[in-house]
Design a protein. Structure first.
Length: 354
């Protein structure tokens, strides 16, 4: 590790948004150092979403990955994991970690059956920025709601999971409001007082797949059933509102397939090489060659390039044959093989219409 890397790591740990786990804590927490690949930090919390190389959520439960890439035996093992029964995960933690690694998830288990999460270096500052941006958008809505109803204090429901870093940010920024976590059907049913505002902090389909909301059917859920289930959750949420109460949804915007193309001019050779490298890792709508740092790009591909899925360092090393992109010229990057990892978000749909 270089001095610059050490400095970066120290800075990240000082921010500590995810509850980073220090190397000296590995042994007492039962973490095998070999389960922490280079370029990542082990942590107690994780970002809400990071696309895995197979199209699902790298911090999710593998709904989009396991049915295509896990054997029936592995699938049964993953479906048997329950938070209230760590003894089972403790017994099979090595096998569980192998499966998660193979399907591209950034969740691992300690030998005590407790989960922890791998946070890529590059994601830390990006996540802090994304959380702050989302908190700012929600802050605008809360301020608007307060002015609209001339009410200083609100009871606000947050439909998210308990480890969401956004909760602390909002609670510290708005101490005059009462925030209530709604992370399961039990919490939706248990709410005794109505809400002025309920905020869905992610896409409704992502909420459906949250652990305490997810349908444990043992089969792939159909799009029709998914829509019904999503409508049911929103209906239950609507019933919790006061008269005049509002629901606010904030989510990452899914890129929609389109024939439209845009002209992209790269300011530097580094940007040009990064784009070409991206097209060799992921399955783009067409193959690209840059000429004179300018290229016509499908809007779907460009939006994905600006927010690409996570790729493990081992995959990059294999693609680049352990070379550095900085040491390669444009022709060498353009001549790399194509990995064709999926860029799909799972079930594509019109978010605005929904």
């Amino acid at each position: 590790m270089t001095n610059q890397d050490s400095f970066a790591q120290e800075s990240f740990l000082k921010e500590d948004p995810f509850g980073f786990i220090q190397p000296e804590e590995y042994e007492p927490l039962g973490i095998d150092p070999s389960d922490v690949p280079p370029g990542t930090f082990p942590a107690r919390k994780h970002p809400s979403k990071l696309l895995s190389r197979f199209g699902g959520n790298a911090y999710g439960f593998g709904f989009f990955e396991v049915y295509d890439r896990a054997s029936p035996k592995d699938l049964r093992l993953l479906q048997s994991i329950k938070p209230e029964n760590p003894d089972h995960a403790e017994k099979f933690y090595r096998e569980i970690n192998r499966i998660y690694r193979d399907i591209g998830l950034l969740i691992r288990f300690s030998r005590f059956g407790k989960p922890f999460y791998l946070i890529p270096f590059s994601l830390v500052l990006t996540s802090l920025s994304a959380i702050k941006s989302k908190a700012n958008e929600i802050s605008k809505i809360i301020h608007f709601h307060r002015k609209k109803y001339l009410q200083e204090s609100h009871r606000i429901g947050l439909l998210t999971y308990a480890e969401d870093l956004l909760i602390n940010d909002l609670s510290l920024s708005f101490k005059e409001h009462q925030f209530v976590l709604l992370d399961s059907f039990e919490e939706l049913s248990r709410a005794s007082e109505p809400f002025d505002l309920v905020i869905l902090t992610r896409d409704i389909y992502e909420i459906v797949f949250m652990e305490k909301f997810s349908l444990r059917t043992g089969r792939v859920i159909s799009k029709k059933d998914l829509e019904k289930y999503a409508h049911y959750i929103v209906g239950k949420t609507y019933e919790l509102l006061k008269p005049g109460g509002e629901i606010f949804v904030i989510a990452h915007r899914l890129a929609l397939k389109s024939e439209r193309e845009i002209k992209v001019d790269f300011k530097t050779e580094e940007e040009e090489k990064n784009f070409l490298l991206y097209t060799h890792i992921f399955r783009t709508e067409r193959k690209y060659r840059t000429e004179g740092r300018s290229v016509q790009v499908r809007t779907f591909d460009f939006q994905k390039y600006l927010n690409p899925p996570y790729v493990e360092k081992e995959m990059l090393d294999k693609l680049l044959a352990h070379r550095r992109v900085e040491d390669m010229n444009i022709e060498e990057v353009g001549g790399l093989p194509y990995l064709n990892f999926s860029q799909e978000d799972g079930l594509a749909y019109d978010q605005e219409k929904t």
